[in-house]
Design a binder for this molecule. Structure first.
Ligand code: HEC
Ligand code: HEC
Length: 248
């Protein structure tokens, strides 16, 4: 304790004060720069979630799973909200495989059997993997409401976009979109016009039937894109209009 007496009271005060201020400044510097880094990472994550929310509308996920991933009962479509006990059971949030498990369902789809029942479409090669990851980030964030407006679906052409027909069959139904895992005969998703189409579909009711009930040439083969069933997902009026748009 003797050294204490040898230092003047003033030195003690100013010396400790200087040291204290230096520590404070350093702490602020470190905390500040770490803060900048985390906020940059946070901004990037927010942008990804926002992009995921837009893609959720663009690829018609919203048509079946509804806004905020509420799900629906007719036809049955599971909710995607983290608070739904069913979803939590299949995809527990802390699970290290959460992201990969969702990625796999979105790529490969999942078929539910039965008349007028919707299936989970396979989006393999249709949605770029990076975009699937953005949708997964949006689901991981519990599908917040980010004010993204629904796509209009009043005219046939609008329904064709809002129900993502355009993503698989191309603009104006010209087809040609690759079905990467399909066998040689189904390697491109069919166009929805031209003489071959007219020959196959000699009346409009046959087109309507496929749009309602879907079609899967290679059932049971993972990663093959198939025609989802849209009956009861689209209103009868919307289905009439989109079928009329294809079968002009
Ligand atoms: C045509 C309707 C339809 C569309 C469009 C659709 N889904 Fe699904 N989805 C379903 C159905 C039905 C199931 C349930 C499948 C089952 O139980 O086998 C499902 C299941 C899922 C699951 C698994 C949920 C669980 O609890 O098992 C996820 C995740 C999912 N869909 C995400 C998406 C995303 C993302 C999109 C858009 C890119 C999308 N879905 C588009 C109908 C649809
Ligand atoms: C996820 C991709 C996907 C989406 C979305 C999709 N289709 Fe298809 N569609 C297909 C595939 C794949 C086939 C071929 C099915 C087969 O023959 O096995 C097909 C077949 C069809 C056929 C029969 C064509 C033929 O030559 O046999 C019609 C008509 C059709 N789709 C209309 C629509 C309409 C209308 C929509 C929107 C409401 C739509 N599709 C949305 C993938 C899709």
């Amino acid at each position: 304790m003797r050294w204490h007496y040898r230092l003047s009271g003033r030195w003690i005060a100013s010396g400790w004060l200087q040291l204290w201020l230096a520590v404070c400044a350093l702490t602020l510097l470190v905390v500040g720069s770490a803060g900048n880094q985390t906020s940059a990472a946070g901004d990037k994550e927010k942008l990804t979630i926002y992009r995921g929310a837009r893609l959720y509308v663009e690829y018609a996920c919203v048509k079946c799973h509804e806004e905020g991933g509420r799900g629906r009962s007719v036809p049955p479509v599971p909710g995607l909200s983290l608070s739904s006990s069913e979803f939590k059971r299949s995809f527990p949030k802390g699970d290290p495989h959460f992201e990969d498990a969702l990625l796999s369902v979105i790529k490969n789809g999942s078929i539910l059997e039965g008349q007028g029942i919707a299936s989970m479409p396979a989006w393999n090669g249709i949605i770029p993997e990076q975009d699937i990851r953005a949708i997964v980030a949006y689901i991981h964030a519990d599908l917040p409401d980010l004010g993204i407006p629904p796509l209009p679906a009043r005219t046939g052409e609008q329904v064709y976009e809002a129900f993502a027909c355009i993503k698989c069959h191309g603009p104006l139904g010209v087809g040609g979109v690759k079905n990467v895992e399909a066998g040689p005969e189904n390697q491109t998703i069919p166009g929805l016009g031209g003489p071959a189409f007219r020959k196959k579909f000699d009346n409009i009711d046959k087109v309507r039937q496929i749009v309602e009930q879907g079609k899967h040439a290679e059932r049971g083969k993972a990663g093959v894109v198939f025609m989802p069933s849209w009956g009861r997902i689209g209103s009868p009026d919307q289905l009439d209009k989109v079928v009329g748009y294809i079968y002009r």
